[in-house]
Design a protein around this ligand. Structure first.
Ligand code: ZN
Length: 226
């Protein structure tokens, strides 16, 4: 999922939780943070997506235990930042699962194709993602303009190893400058992805993140992971 789509998910989760818009800058920063490996090549993306555990249902445990749970009663802003981060890793998981299920020709070609097929498909996939971002940008222009300003105003107080606050700051500027709005590109046609596919992924991500947060905030002492 792209940073723009991650920000839209975070905005929806924030609204659904009934949180004040004043917390959105912090939540937005958390929602883009896990992809900062794209500008900081020393960072393995799996570390920031908490994908170290092999069993899928167990993957979030480290994140919930070490970051989200302590933030529930932590300093102001911490919960919102890690809630944004949770939006991101939930959405990426849903995105990956839905791609595998709904667009297997793309997924299988990238994962199992020859090096050349894989490269060509990956390139087509990235161009389609950008094209969809352009469509979402014009569809949600007002919302995205607000999220852009909030991202610029956000301050990096938290981070997860090995991401430094400086990396996060640089990544935030990269997102604002080159993805909000997305770079204009020639229309390559949508062969694999659709607006509906992305909307469905965003809706599922909102649902799942909201459900986890509701549980963690209200029922944390009953949580089975401790
Ligand atoms: Zn990601």
């Amino acid at each position: 999922m792209t940073p723009l789509q991650h920000l839209l998910v975070a905005e929806r989760v924030c609204a659904r939780l009934g949180w004040d818009v004043a917390v959105r800058p912090t939540m937005c920063l958390g929602a883009i943070a896990p992809d900062a490996h794209r500008i900081a090549e020393h960072i393995d993306h799996r570390a920031l997506h908490f994908r170290s555990r092999k069993t899928r249902d167990r993957r979030l445990i480290d994140f919930l235990r070490n970051y989200l749970r302590p933030a529930v009663n932590g300093p102001a802003g911490a919960l919102e930042f890690w809630a944004g981060w949770l939006c991101h890793i939930s959405a990426d998981d849903i995105w990956r699962r839905n791609l595998q299920r709904d667009v297997p020709q793309l997924w299988d070609g990238i994962v199992h194709g020859t090096a050349r097929q894989s490269d060509e498909l990956r390139d087509k996939y990235l161009r389609e993602c950008n094209q969809l971002d352009l469509a979402f940008f014009s569809l949600y222009q007002h919302t995205v303009a607000g999220l852009r300003e909030e991202l610029l105003a956000a301050e990096a107080h938290w981070t997860a190893d090995p991401l430094t606050p400086q990396d996060l700051h640089t990544w935030r500027l990269t997102v604002v400058q080159s993805m909000l709005p997305p770079l204009a590109a020639s229309d390559t046609g949508l062969e694999y992805l659709t607006m509906d596919f992305v909307e469905q992924c965003m809706f599922q991500s909102e649902q799942e993140t909201f459900r986890i947060l509701e549980w963690e905030i209200d029922e944390s002492e009953l949580s089975p992971i401790f």
